[in-house]
Design a protein around this ligand. Structure first.
Ligand SMILES: Cc1cc2nc3c(=O)[nH]c(=O)nc-3n(C[C@H](O)[C@H](O)[C@H](O)COP(=O)(O)O)c2cc1C
Length: 179
């Protein structure tokens, strides 16, 4: 069975509806998964690089799970890339540790997904906005498996009203991992 590393980058997972429900739904799918809650592990941003690299080495697929913050991931995930994806490990002539593993980006947005549309003057699509992750995958020899996004996870939304969207989201992740 494919072994998945689910990197969770939510600054306040206890208050989360989006990421928390996706993770709970994904757990019910009984996939072989290690959950790597980086904000819980590294509240001081002092990342254990070797420990994170060991987790990556064991995985066949990597899911990056986060709430969309300023059209990107929260800052600790950016730092995790900077620290963990070292030259000689993730890229460079000897940096082949991630080669062939799958990369899937999974996030929720406060805005409705249709607000990320070419038909809105000046707006970018989500395909545009995830290009940096895609390019990261290319550099590291990861297989880019695209993204799964659920929108309208915003202030005042009730968990019940978005539960089925988020359960579908979790199932789409499993389908990409198993593809
Ligand atoms: C600092 C910050 C930045 C945000 N930036 C965006 C954004 O760029 N686009 C967007 O659609 N939503 C944005 N949001 C809304 C979050 O994406 C939304 O609250 C989150 O996906 C809900 O998921 P959760 O229930 O797991 O917290 C932002 C929220 C915060 C707190």
């Amino acid at each position: 069975m494919t072994k998945t590393l689910f990197v969770i980058a939510h600054p306040n997972i206890k208050q989360s509806i989006g990421s928390k429900t996706i993770i709970e739904a994904f757990k019910k799918l009984n996939m072989d998964t290690e959950y790597d809650n980086i904000y819980e592990l590294y509240p001081d941003y002092n990342i254990n690089v070797k420990a994170e690299q060991e987790k990556l080495l064991k995985a066949d697929a990597i899911v990056l799970q986060f709430p969309f913050y300023w059209y990107n991931s929260p800052s600790l995930l950016r730092k995790w890339f900077e620290d963990v994806l070292e030259h000689g490990f993730a890229y460079g002539s000897n940096g082949v540790a991630l080669k062939g593993k799958k990369l899937i980006v999974s996030f929720t947005t406060g805005a409705a997904l249709n607000s990320y549309s070419e038909s809105i003057p000046g707006s970018c699509t989500l395909d545009d906005l995830v290009k940096g992750f895609q390019q990261l995958a290319n550099l590291c020899g990861l297989e880019w498996c695209g993204f799964v996004a659920t929108g309208s996870i915003t202030y005042g939304v009730s968990a019940g009203s978005v539960a089925s969207d988020l359960e579908k989201h979790a199932k789409q992740l499993a389908d990409k991992i198993n593809a």
